[in-house]
Design a protein around this ligand. Structure first.
Ligand code: PTJ
Length: 254
């Protein structure tokens, strides 16, 4: 089924669209097969969160936008799931906040690196980093720690959606401010992040862009206030509370 053939009034439209994009990503050599499993896990959490952006996730998206706009060298790290799910949205966000795009993979192969860079270019990117691989995140074994020296290597703020915990910890240890997008509030990566956005990457990326557009004209002091007013622990707690104590909606109610 092509993306355009999924009926928009289907009660599980967003979920079907997501599955379709991930499947197409695997077929195109962008997404790893492990990416299918990761998506399944994310989907389960999204279901429990009510497939909506919580107010705490929206506050995190706003703090992320303020952080990116205030950064000296922000970089958006792109893996196989992100490239398949939100390629155009990722390019747009990078453009609005002036961030570099860098392909950085858990299961790194040259073919996938190239396929993802090409895919991002097809969606409007002009420059995509990651293929040079002349830098290293200390504390990770070779392939997973490989970055571009003039990309993540020298970034002060890194957006890492759907990241694994080890790398998130290593980036924090390397003194980078991390914005993590992950649907599981118990996962190590959002728990390590300065700004954890517990939301589906499909909703979170355009939401950060919308906030960034709004905050582009405000003073640095006002942005600082937004960043300092954000409480990462409270955001994680709010997401966990929504999962544990939220009203469980069945498909029949949708
Ligand atoms: O493309 P690669 O080689 O870099 O590999 C990417 C994956 C995602 C396969 C790799 O990083 C991995 O195995 O990740 P994990 O350890 O499965 O973690 C993925 C996290 O992302 C989990 O906590 C999921 O709940 C979460 N997640 C999955 N889908 C989404 C999501 N979070 C936000 N939006 C989603 N659509």
């Amino acid at each position: 089924m092509a993306e355009t053939e999924i009926p928009e009034d289907h009660p599980r439209y967003a979920s079907l669209l997501t599955r379709h994009r991930i499947e197409a990503g695997v077929e195109k050599g962008i997404t790893s097969r492990q990416g299918l499993i990761a998506q399944g896990r994310g989907e389960a959490f999204d279901y429990l969160l009510g497939e909506r952006t919580l107010p705490s996730a929206d506050a995190a998206a706003r703090a992320a936008a303020a952080t990116l706009l205030s950064a000296a060298h922000p970089v958006f790290s792109v893996n196989g799931n992100v490239a398949a799910l939100v390629p155009a949205e990722t390019v747009e966000l990078a453009d609005v906040v002036g961030a570099d795009l860098e392909v950085n993979l858990f299961n790194r192969t040259e073919d996938r690196m190239r396929a993802i860079a090409d895919h991002l270019r097809e969606h409007g990117a002009t420059e995509v980093k990651g293929l040079t691989g002349d830098g290293e995140i200390p504390g990770l074994e070779h392939d997973r720690g490989t970055v571009d020296a003039d990309g993540i290597g020298t970034a002060d703020v890194v957006v890492v959606p759907l990241e694994d915990g080890d790398r998130a910890e290593a980036l924090t240890a390397a003194d980078k401010t991390e914005v993590v997008i992950d649907l599981n509030p118990g996962s190590r990566s959002p728990r390590t992040a300065a700004i954890p956005i517990v939301d589906n990457v499909l909703r979170a990326v355009p939401n950060v862009t919308a906030h960034a557009r709004e905050l582009a004209g405000v003073s640095p002091a006002e942005r600082r206030e937004i960043i300092e007013g954000f409480d990462a622990d409270a955001a994680l707690e709010a997401a966990e509370d929504a999962i544990r104590n939220g009203e469980f909606e069945t498909d029949a109610k949708r």
